[in-house]
Write a protein that binds this ligand. Structure first.
Ligand SMILES: NC(=O)c1ccc[n+]([C@@H]2O[C@H](COP(=O)([O-])OP(=O)(O)OC[C@H]3O[C@@H](n4cnc5c(N)ncnc54)[C@H](O)[C@@H]3O)[C@@H](O)[C@H]2O)c1
Length: 344
């Protein structure tokens, strides 16, 4: 990561959702590279926000516990920022169907209040948006390239696609520079371990660490593309400093097809604990399951010069090691929405 230091040294960077999985790993890399990092995060219940995530840089980053939908907060926070990584979102696919108005409000209203703040207070800042491979829905051709049709299966993917389009409109109409990423399933340290409603790779790792069965849906032959978090962070940093990437949409993935069955077997073998078990899809899961996916990452390789560097074996080993060391900060009680006394 040394060669990024010069570019990010002294840069003002805002990370929305910066206490979560992707945001905190990004905040650590940026703070270590000498950037002046501000995080805005509302600690949305049952998501990945966790103050322990930023422990290694807690004295180097500014944390604003606020909601991206709060226009007054955003108007203030965007001033003087040079790069904004927009990661705050409702990320739970199952919850987007259970509580669709909240999903719409956070992912779309939240994105609009960020973009309105930029429109009136800072049109120079570069926005990097973390969209999802779910925007494609069921694949009609594999691997999936950026010109593949977008037919999202669940509401989370619909609101991500809408947010992406909003950011592109602000780029075209108001000249606010941006890059939109469509990111595959990512795993690694600092992901929430409270429940299995999103982040299945990390959930399998938790089960293996606890020496429990890893529940693989169906026959386990559905294909996914799994990316290690350090590779995603590197990708986001490289994208931010590439001027040819402005205004573009990119797939971000490992570009390697892996079945859930092979994944579970690999985790069990590396952890030396746990076992694989096969179980029926729940109704909630099958409703949003798009089937096989792996990414064509040719465009981002060509334009940004990025490609993933971590083997799945190394990524799994590093993730297991992190959670074995920091288990008490992640093995937290899952408080169901009905138990949480908060109106969002
Ligand atoms: N992890 C993946 O595999 C993956 C894949 C594709 C896209 N993404 C995208 O990356 C982004 C980050 O995901 P993650 O995996 O880090 O999830 P996460 O749950 O760990 O982090 C999301 C963070 O956003 C915060 N947040 C939610 N609503 C907010 C609001 N209204 N205001 C301020 N903060 C708010 C949460 O408190 C949490 O800290 C999301 O936009 C997600 O859609 C993630």
């Amino acid at each position: 990561m040394t060669d990024y230091k010069a570019f990010f040294q002294g840069k003002n960077v805002l990370i929305t959702g910066g206490l979560g999985f992707v945001g905190s790993n990004l905040a650590i890399a940026l703070a270590e590279a000498g950037a002046r990092v501000t995080i805005v995060d509302n600690m949305l219940p049952r998501q990945g926000g966790n103050l322990f995530n930023i422990e290694p840089v807690k004295d180097k980053v500014r944390v604003n516990l606020s909601d991206v939908r709060n226009q007054l907060s955003m108007n203030h926070l965007v001033r003087d920022q040079e790069i904004i990584f927009h990661l705050a979102g409702q990320v739970n696919h199952v919850d987007s169907m259970r509580n669709p108005i909240q999903d719409l409000d956070i992912n779309c209203h939240g994105t609009l209040s960020l973009m309105q703040a930029l429109r009136y207070h800072n049109r120079e800042a570069l926005v990097i948006y973390s969209g999802t491979r779910g925007e494609y829905g069921s694949s009609v051709a594999l691997p999936v390239a950026e010109d593949h049709p977008t037919n999202p299966k669940g509401l989370y993917a619909v609101t991500n696609l809408a947010a992406e389009k909003m950011i592109i409109v602000y780029n075209q109409v108001y000249g606010i520079p941006s890059v939109c990423l469509r990111i595959t399933n990512t795993y690694g340290p600092r992901h929430q371990m409270m429940h299995d409603e999103y982040g299945v790779f990390n959930w399998f790792i938790k089960k293996a660490i606890d020496n429990e069965p890893l529940p693989v849906f169906g026959d386990g032959m559905i294909i996914r593309d799994f990316l290690y978090i350090d590779d995603l962070v590197e990708c986001m940093l490289m994208t931010a400093r590439t001027s040819a990437a402005r205004g573009e949409v990119f797939n971000v993935g490992a570009g390697q097809p892996v079945t859930f069955r092979a994944l579970a077997e690999k985790i069990v073998a590396i952890a030396g604990s746990g076992s694989c078990t096969f179980t029926e899809f729940t109704r909630e899961r099958s409703e949003v399951e798009p089937g096989d996916y792996w990414a064509d990452i040719g465009k981002i390789k060509r334009v940004v010069g990025w490609e993933p560097r971590t083997s799945m074996e190394d990524g799994i080993r590093a993730t297991i090691e992190f959670y074995r060391r920091n288990r008490e900060h992640y093995w937290l009680e899952d408080r169901r929405p009905e138990d949480i006394d908060v109106v969002l």
